[in-house]
Design a protein around this ligand. Structure first.
Ligand code: NDP
Length: 241
C-alpha cells in the first residue's frame, strides 16, 4: 500500500488511539476510507487501524512512529493530536512533577507530533491538524492547574501553526470537549459528575461520538477555509468563552 495510489484514502495518524476518544476517532476515519494509524504507549489499536507504539514525551519515539507510518501507509496528511493525561490535585498539593509531566504529554507532546507532521504536509501543500483541548482550558478547573494550562496552551499552538502553515494548505484547529464518558472521566466521584451534569445546558454528559463527529468535519477536504478555530463539543458548558 503506497500513498501514490490515487484510489487509496488519505493517511491519518491519531495519537492516543488505543482507547477512548482517540480509538473512536481512528475507527471512524478508517470507516470513512482513510488509511489510519493509531499511536500510544501500549501500541494497541481498533480493528482496521495500524497500531504503532509511540510515547509522545519522547521525540525519538515520535520520529520513529512517523517513519513507520510513512513506510507502511505513506506521508501523514491528517494528524489528530489527542494523547492526553490528567494528574489532578489542588495547587497546594501539586508537585512540580505533577505539573511538568502533564505539560510534557499534553502540550509538548502535541508540539512534537505537529512539528514532525508539518514537514510532509508543507511539502504536499495539504494537511489537516486537529488538537484535542478541553473546555477546562477555557474555563479553568479547581484541581487541574496542570491540565488546564496544557489545554489552554494548545490553543496558542494551533493558532500559531495556522498562521505559519495556512498558505501551504495546512489547517490547524482545536476541538474542546466538555465532559465525555471515557476511562479518563470514569474515575471521578459521582458527586463531581452530578454537579457537572447540572451545569451543562444539554443536561447530559457527552458521548465519544459527539467528539468524533467534530473531528471528522475538521479533517475532511471540505474544510480548507476553517483554521485556528476552537470548536466546543460540550453541550454548552463553556458558552461565551
Ligand atoms: P483516555 O485516558 O481514555 O485515553 C488517553 C489516550 O492517550 C490513550 O490512548 C493513551 O494510551 C494515550 N496516551 C497517554 N499518555 C501518552 C503518551 N505519553 N504517549 C502516547 N500516548 C499516550 O482519555 P480520553 O479518551 O478521555 O481523552 C482523549 C483526549 O481528550 C485527551 O487529550 C483528553 O485530555 C481530552 N479530553 C477528554 C475529555 C473527557 O471528558 N474524556 C474532555 C476533554 C478533553 P496509552 O496509555 O497506551 O499510552
Amino acid at each position: 500500500m503506497t500513498v501514490e495510489d490515487p484510489d487509496q484514502g488519505r493517511v491519518a495518524l491519531v495519537t492516543g488511539g488505543s482507547r477512548g476518544i482517540g480509538a473512536a476517532i481512528a475507527q471512524a476515519l478508517a470507516a470513512d476510507g482513510y488509511r489510519v494509524a493509531a499511536t500510544s504507549r501500549s501500541g494497541t489499536a481498533p480493528e482496521g487501524v495500524l497500531p504503532v507504539v509511540c510515547d509522545v514525551t519522547d521525540a525519538d519515539s515520535v520520529d520513529a512512529a512517523f517513519t513507520t507510518v510513512e513506510k507502511e501507509l505513506g506521508p501523514v496528511e491528517v494528524l489528530v493530536a489527542n494523547a492526553g493525561i490528567t494528574r489532578d490535585t489542588l495547587l497546594a498539593r501539586m508537585s512540580e512533577e505533577d505539573f511538568t509531566s502533564v505539560l510534557d504529554t499534553n502540550l509538548t507532546g502535541a508540539y512534537r507530533v505537529i512539528r514532525r507532521a508539518a514537514r510532509a504536509m508543507t511539502r504536499a501543500r495539504f494537511g489537516r491538524i486537529v488538537v484535542m483541548s478541553s473546555v477546562v482550558g477555557l474555563l479553568g478547573s479547581a484541581g487541574q492547574v496542570n491540565y488546564a494550562a496544557s489545554k489552554a496552551g494548545l490553543i496558542g499552538i494551533a493558532r500559531s501553526v495556522s498562521r505559519e502553515l495556512g498558505a501551504r494548505g495546512v489547517t490547524c484547529n482545536v476541538v474542546a470537549p466538555g465532559f465525555i464518558s471515557t476511562d479518563m472521566t470514569a474515575v471521578l466521584p459521582d458527586k463531581v459528575i452530578a454537579d457537572y451534569r447540572a451545569r451543562i445546558p444539554a443536561r447530559r454528559l457527552g458521548e465519544v461520538d459527539d467528539v468524533v463527529n467534530a473531528v471528522r468535519f475538521l479533517t475532511s477536504d471540505a474544510t480548507s477555509y476553517i483554521t485556528g478555530a476552537v470548536i466546543p463539543v460540550d453541550g454548552g458548558l463553556g458558552m461565551g468563552h
